[in-house]
Design a protein around this ligand. Structure first.
Ligand SMILES: NC(=O)c1ccc[n+]([C@@H]2O[C@H](COP(=O)([O-])OP(=O)(O)OC[C@H]3O[C@@H](n4cnc5c(N)ncnc54)[C@H](OP(=O)(O)O)[C@@H]3O)[C@@H](O)[C@H]2O)c1
Length: 321
């Protein structure tokens, strides 16, 4: 991107309503090259939380480019219905439905063991599953739910699937679906389980979305030598069942300005399928461009804090690398 386009893009990014809504997407998509049809032929992808919203749209986008897509869902009935729905939109789509509750460590182990036994190779892993808890609840393993869903489950899943990612056809990609909400929070390595202070679901959500961005960068460094690129991104503000139930007032106020799920999914599909997704590993993306990781004072973490988070994740998930 050069000159006026870059300026326009940056202005849209900083003025949230322009950048995060469908207006930002429609402005920027004029500058993009369409993805190459068949660019994911022969590739295998896993999308967590593929039973609705952005995850379903990512799965549709990947299947449309030729990938075999595993819909990793909690509810197999919903997964099967989505498989049919995507099959109608993408004739010949190769879709598999697999059970995965990413908030339980046992569930992640079960999924990964079966996946490795059945396939042994993975090209694209998309950590999309997300929750915005209304009150503090814990996973069956005793971890705060947003942490379990956005951080610990994906941490363990990434770790267990590294052998399959190493065996990828070309450069493998791992993508964390974070949120622009993470800008509001600093890294809380001092209280990852949100035990202190009054619990607010939106804060828990944003803290764990910040952790995803930090961990994606750390994974990128660790896995770069294995030819595995790792990214985080945010989708903008997207009309999904999740936003309608978690933030009904916001969803109503934004109305038609919200993005479609396909618009929210676009950057994940692009990172999975384009050459750019192989370069510039470790960045935080939105609308096919790297974005700053901080825009508020006091949100920058130190290397020691990052290391503390990493060690916490290793201990909490039982991973020792
Ligand atoms: N919509 C937005 O504006 C927006 C903005 C920023 C970031 N995001 C992020 O985008 C991602 C998708 O959100 P969405 O808006 O599409 O919401 P959504 O429609 O609620 O989709 C979330 C999906 O995650 C699944 N999920 C939740 N917990 C899970 C678990 N433990 N194991 C497996 N799957 C689980 C849900 O499955 P069930 O049906 O089983 O509950 C659901 O299919 C989330 O990570 C969210 O934080 C969304």
């Amino acid at each position: 991107m050069t000159g006026w386009r870059e300026t326009l893009d940056t202005v849209a990014d900083r003025t949230l309503v322009t950048g995060y809504t469908t207006l930002g997407f429609r402005l920027r998509e004029r500058w993009w090259r369409p993805l190459e049809p068949g660019s994911l032929d022969g590739r295998r992808a896993v999308v967590t939380g593929a039973g609705s919203g952005i995850g379903k749209a990512i799965a549709t986008g990947l299947a449309g480019l030729g990938a075999t897509v595993h819909l990793a869902v909690r509810d197999l009935g919903r997964g099967n219905a989505v498989r049919e729905e995507i099959g109608d939109q993408v004739p010949g789509a190769d879709l598999q439905v697999n059970e995965l509750d990413v908030a339980t460590l046992d569930g992640v182990h079960r999924f990964a063991e079966k996946f490795l036994a059945d396939h042994g190779r993975l090209d694209v892993l998309i950590h999309n599953a997300g929750v915005l808890p209304q009150r503090r609840t814990e996973s069956p393993d005793g971890h705060e739910l947003a942490l379990a869903t956005h951080v610990l489950g994906p941490f363990l899943l990434t770790d267990l699937l590294v052998p399959a990612l190493r065996a990828a056809e070309d450069a493998a990609r791992v993508i964390f679906m974070s949120s622009g909400g993470m800008y509001t929070q600093r890294l809380r390595d001092d209280d990852p389980q949100y035990n202190r202070g009054r619990y607010r679901g939106g804060v828990a959500y944003a803290r764990t979305k910040r952790m995803q961005v930090v961990l994606a960068r750390m994974w990128a460094r660790r896995l770069g030598g294995d030819g595995i690129a790792v990214h985080s991104m945010h989708p903008g503000w997207v009309a999904t069942p999740g936003i309608a139930s978690s933030l009904p007032g916001f969803a109503t106020a934004m109305g038609p300005l919200l993005r479609s799920p396909a618009e929210g999914a676009d950057t994940a599909v692009w990172l999975a399928a384009s050459a750019e997704g192989d370069r510039a590993s470790g960045q935080f993306w939105h609308d096919r461009a790297p974005r700053p990781e901080h825009c508020l004072p006091g949100t920058r973490e130190t290397p020691a804090q990052r290391d503390r988070l990493w060690t916490f994740c290793e201990t909490a998930t039982g991973v020792a690398r």
